[in-house]
Design a protein around this ligand. Structure first.
Ligand code: HMG
Ligand code: MG
Length: 300
């Protein structure tokens, strides 16, 4: 079975990774992280969120981070926006691409953004209109695509319904999130088969948290389904504050190792990536969550 020749990685560490950190992380350290990720050759970096600071305090300084990063031409620096207020704040901070986020489970939608799935989609409509007017691209997320911390199993048809709505609204890409990392290669393939019948596969991405250690297998399964975009987090940082027990995203270093082994082009440099991971782990005072980075440091 064939896999794609090129894959795009969306680095979500500065957002999905750091949003879950209780300890304060300075704007300077966040800027340093984004700049190091840029230097490693990542083409897309999710820098922060324009959400309520009462809900996610760690993302409060996102505008300042955007003001201070060094932007490399051709690299996308994105941010989450849950409502029009967030979109306007992002626009004022010079953001050229935002992501809206919905869920495939009602209970998760309530806990994460305090509204139902259909209310969330209604809230996104004015964002889509404003984005069009200001030439801002919009990516969409669907959470809980392979399981919900509150509702358990989630039907692929439910994921397809939300993904289709986001795509129809104008999201150029819809990232499907295994928020609690319970998916397996089998459920991942089935989910992409179902969703792929409603949204073109070239407009879908995979977003795997590694809670059950299945993320790399799930990415391989997705590649076999023709998926070419994956979200990952440097050093495996992160989790979601509204999904108890959700550990970090799959580590970018580990995904790159998989893709390099398959001869799939990404344009990312492993050594610089490992350095970026070491840098943020020393700020956080914690070992890396990347198996590759760990193995490399043992070999030194
Ligand atoms: P709400 O309380 O229902 O909203 O929250 P509200 O409109 O009633 O406003 C409440 C307060 O928030 C007000 O302030 C607003 O001004 C303020 P107050 O009058 O109390 O002082 N507010 C804002 N402040 C800053 N920026 C804004 C904003 N909007 C309102 N944009 C809301 C609704 C959506 C705002 C809230 O629930 C929220 O911010 N949620 C964010 C949750 C979040 O960021 N979760 C993590 C990201 S999603 C994720 O990690 C999953 C993903 O990785 C994929 C996966 O793994 O599955 C993407
Ligand atoms: Mg996530």
């Amino acid at each position: 079975m064939s896999v794609p020749s090129h894959v795009r990685l969306v680095e979500v560490g500065p957002r999905d990774g750091l949003q879950n950190e209780a300890q304060p992380i300075s704007v300077a350290d966040k800027v340093k992280l984004v700049n190091a990720l840029t230097a490693a050759g990542l083409g897309y970096i999710e820098v922060g969120s324009f959400v309520s600071p009462k809900w996610v305090p760690q993302m409060a300084g996102s505008a300042e981070v955007f003001a201070k990063i060094q932007r490399k031409p051709g690299v996308t620096y994105g941010a989450l926006a849950p409502n029009l207020r967030g979109f306007e704040d992002a626009l004022a901070a010079g953001v050229k691409e935002v992501a809206v986020f919905a869920a495939a489970s009602e209970a998760f939608s309530q806990r994460n953004i305090n509204c139902s799935i259909s209310q969330s989609l209604e809230r996104f409509a004015p964002i889509m209109a404003a984005a069009k007017q200001h030439d801002v691209s919009v990516r969409g997320y669907v959470s809980c695509v392979l399981g919900c911390p509150y509702e358990g199993q989630v039907a692929p048809q439910q994921v397809a319904a939300v993904a289709r709505e986001l795509f129809a609204m104008g999201c150029y890409e819809v990232s499907l999130g295994d928020t609690i990392g319970t998916g397996t290669a089998g459920t991942t393939r089935r989910m992409f088969e179902v969703v792929g019948a409603h949204v073109p596969r070239e407009n879908l991405a995979g977003h795997f948290h590694d809670t059950y250690g299945q993320a790399i297998a799930n990415i391989y399964a997705s590649l076999l389904e023709g998926i070419q975009v994956f979200d990952s987090s440097i050093a495996g940082l992160g989790g979601c504050p509204y999904a108890k027990g959700a550990s970090g995203n799959v580590a970018t270093e580990d995904v790159l190792y998989l893709l390099n082994g398959l001869g799939i082009h990404t344009g990312i440099d492993m050594e610089s990536l490992i350095l970026a991971g070491q840098q943020i782990c020393s700020v956080l005072g914690r070992p890396t969550g990347s198996r590759v980075a760990k193995a490399r440091s043992l070999g030194e």
